[in-house]
Design a binder for this molecule. Sequence first.
Ligand code: NDP
Length: 300
Amino acid sequence: MYLRVMQILDGVLVSAHIKEQIKHEVNEWQTNGGKKPHLAAILVGNNPASEAYVGSKVKHCEELGFDSTLLRFEKDITESFLISEVERLNNDDTIDGILVQLPLPGHISGDSVINAISPGKDVDGFHPISLGKMLLGQPTFLPATPYGIMLMLEYYKIDTAGMHCVIIGRSNIVGTPMTILMSRASNPGNATVTMCHSKTKNLKEITLTADIIIAAIGRPKYVTADMVKPGAIIIDVGINRIDDPTKKSGSRLVGDVDFDNVAPLCSYITPVPKGVGLMTICGLMKNTLLAAKQAKELIG
Ligand code: NDP
């Protein structure tokens, strides 16, 4: 019988710890003549969730002693205009990192815009060069959410070597890079990884064999208690808004995991909110600091 007490993987605690480290590093960097890291964020349109994410990233820049520039554009701008703005930021030596908040309006190709970002400023880690280097295990900007999850596992000293890690979701920004990081020869990592998606047959049979489940699906409370092996580690990436008449706003955020029923079963679990979302910001901020340091090396 499984007796270990369940532990919350606390995004507030871990992100506070990492942010202190970043602040310290920025101070040291500036004391030695480095300039403040500078993040430029591009927001197209006024999707409320995107507004909230970008707002939080800009706020974190202030908190950590970074400069930030927010460029807002109407949703009907053209793809070529947006790419010209990215190129302008690429050529601006005062900018270290560029992020384009996704999703973009349907008439703009996210791939084309991401491809236009200079790889040296790709702090979201979505550029093909960043992803290719990650695949090969070369130093690069890791995609912010998978990077944040690795930082979380590292903080709690969770030894994932030899574990069966089931990742649900195969997006380019979460699921797919997560499979690479969890399977590579590193700690955390060294896991045996299975990737699942909407065409996977017998998902429950697979998840029941998982020592770790990483859910990045975008479906509220999709992973239920009957899908989880007792003692499993649960990383919930999902951010879904559901109706809740008991809240003043009429809604609340939940993850892809049915937290209330799954939590008592497992060894570790991330909550939503206050879990992976905060770690994503840490990944982004660490990448931006790295970009500033690398730019100094390149530019002198
Ligand atoms: P995508 O919509 O790009 O990908 C979702 C994936 O889930 C797809 O691969 C899809 O499969 C798979 N899927 C959908 N339905 C099922 C199903 N019934 N069974 C198995 N797999 C299924 O989403 P993202 O990766 O961008 O985001 C996932 C979630 O994570 C969202 O809630 C998003 O808001 C959240 N998110 C949170 C972040 C954070 O910082 N916490 C950062 C980024 C995202 P298929 O490929 O076959 O369609």
